[in-house]
Ligand binder design. Structure first.
Ligand code: NAP
Length: 488
């Protein structure tokens, strides 16, 4: 596996190692191949590609970005069955892309990266199976949300029934005729609950904070619609492009404070809220912060589901988990057979131990309030690039689009390295700090800073999403500005 290291780039391609074969790692590999690179390796801890779509198999898992826009721009997919793609069809799409773009030989499956250390002008890598590798360029494509966040509720180990996080759904547990409790009211719970209400005997949703829910109809694509797209590739590309642009015009302008789109969005969520008939339940489900401050939940079947007779929404604070179920602070014990933690993830957490120049640890630098340069690089970490790291999300947009722009930027950097003009490049600390300040300023008018807690915020409560337009992000990613880097 380990290759001979030479300092001369003029005689060879720089070696690239990619961490993870999810949406963005696979994308980086495909882009490398398309640009004529073959000196790269993708390490994937699991046995298949797919990342989040491989891991999350909870009932009704789907993507709330329209399916035709949730695809690589160069690989439109005529096969989508639903306007909002189901988890398993998204997983199949990425597996097809792996085959179609000949990625399999470049991926080492069942092998994660344990550590990477910048030493003597290259990345020295240790894999989880105890082997070593090295890279001129290391690309982290580990995904933003994959370390489950279990709630800090006393007694979580005491429950006598089955308990699991949504991202580790235990399909061996039969929920039919059972009493199921779900803690958390995010996008995930809003997908799970409509599926389980008709199977379980009773469903209790433990809600700490209400969410705004945006209603948009889902639909199944007919066979003839798929045939049309198969025949006319341009039509599939047009659908992809149109979907993305509508999303930008609407969601990303709204989150950045455009009054018209924010008003339209607010109108939708407020009139959708009125579909809850029982005034007491409606009161419980009414958020006390502006729409889209937390990432919007997109669902047309969540409200109908929670209005079914066998569902109770509990908003009293949880005291502890006890063997029989959940004890509330008011003394009531809600008895349960199954407890589901739909409590989200530790954002941007990685289990890879990355050490940059002068022994600086990446997790220490990123703890609390992450520091990145243009969302993609980190001072003190030469030739290290992050796809979809902190500050990358632009509202509810398709993260594939962001990642494609970022992968393009990495290719530009690689060209510089390959040409021999640059051996290593790491962003200047002063520039990264200035940009962080710019991000913070840009956040002021956005909805994320309008008074709620969410995974879009860092430990100081400052948003770590991208506060500007997609066109600015595209400009940011257009070409590396070498005067903003320390270059050797
Ligand atoms: P989430 O949005 O972070 O929601 C977590 C929920 O758990 C919140 O309601 C939170 O309440 C609650 N919670 C956390 N700790 C708690 C505690 N100790 N006691 C009581 N409640 C607690 O997580 P998620 O629903 O898994 O979604 C995470 C992200 O994944 C989404 O924002 C989205 O980006 C992505 N996602 C996307 C899709 C898609 O279709 N594209 C689908 C699912 C998820 P508070 O609000 O009070 O903290």
């Amino acid at each position: 596996m380990a290759q001979t290291h030479s300092n001369s780039f003029s005689t060879r391609q720089p070696r690239v190692v990619i961490i993870g074969a999810g949406m963005s790692g696979l994308l980086m590999g495909i882009k490398l191949r398309q640009s004529g690179y073959d000196n790269f390796r993708i390490y994937e801890k699991a046995a298949r590609v797919g990342g989040t779509w491989r891991e999350n198999t909870y009932p009704n898992v789907a993507c709330d970005v329209p399916a035709h826009s949730y695809a690589y721009s160069f690989a439109p997919n005529p096969e989508w069955n639903w306007r909002y793609g189901r988890g398993e069809e998204i997983q199949r799409y990425f597996e097809r892309c792996e085959q179609k773009f000949g990625m399999t030989p470049f991926i080492t499956f069942n092998c994660g990266i344990e550590s990477a250390r910048w030493e003597d002008g290259r990345w020295n890598i240790r894999t989880t199976d105890g082997k070593e590798d090295w890279a001129d360029v290391l690309v982290s494509a580990v995904g933003a949300l994959h370390h489950p966040r279990y709630p800090d509720i006393p007694g979580v180990k005491n429950f006598s029934g089955a308990a699991f996080h949504t991202s580790c759904w235990d399909h061996g547990v039969n929920i039919r005729n059972k009493r199921v409790g779900v803690i958390g009211t995010g996008s995930t719970a809003a997908q799970v609950i409509p599926d389980i209400v008709d199977k379980a005997d009773e469903v209790t949703l433990f809600q700490r904070t209400a969410q705004w829910v945006f209603a948009t109809p889902n639909k199944k694509y007919s066979e003839s619609a798929k045939v049309r797209l198969r025949r006319h590739d341009w039509l599939a590309r047009l659908k992809h492009w149109l979907g993305l642009h509508l999303f930008h015009m609407f969601f990303s302008t709204a989150v950045r404070g455009n009054q018209l789109t924010l008003w339209l969005l607010s109108r939708n969520v407020k009139s959708h809220l009125k579909t809850i008939i029982d005034p007491e339940l409606r009161r419980k489900m009414t958020p006390d912060y502006p729409p889209a401050c937390k990432r919007l939940v997109i669902s047309e079947d969540f409200y109908p589901a929670i209005q079914k007779e066998n569902v109770e929404v509990v908003t009293d604070a949880i005291d502890s988990i006890v063997p029989q179920g959940v004890r509330l602070k008011n003394g009531r014990v809600v008895e349960l057979d199954i407890l589901v933690y739909s409590t989200g993830f530790w954002p941007y957490k990685t289990s890879v131990n990355v050490t940059g120049e002068n022994g600086v640890k990446l997790d220490e630098l990123m703890a609390g309030s992450p520091l990145t340069y243009r969302t993609i690089a980190i001072p003190g970490f030469p030739n290290y690039f992050t796809l979809f790291g902190p500050y990358s999300p632009i509202g509810n947009n398709s993260i594939i689009e962001n990642s494609e722009l970022q992968a393009g930027y990495v290719l530009e950097c690689l060209e510089l390295i390959k040409s021999g003009k640059v051996k290593s490049m790491s962003p200047r600390m002063d520039v990264a700090l200035r940009m962080k300040e710019e991000m913070r300023k840009g956040m002021k008018g956005t909805v994320w800073a309008s008074g709620c807690s969410s995974w879009y915020l860092d430990a100081n409560g400052d948003p770590i999403a991208y506060p500007y337009s997609l066109s600015r992000f595209t400009r940011d990613m257009s070409a590396p500005l070498l005067n903003e880097f320390i270059v050797t």
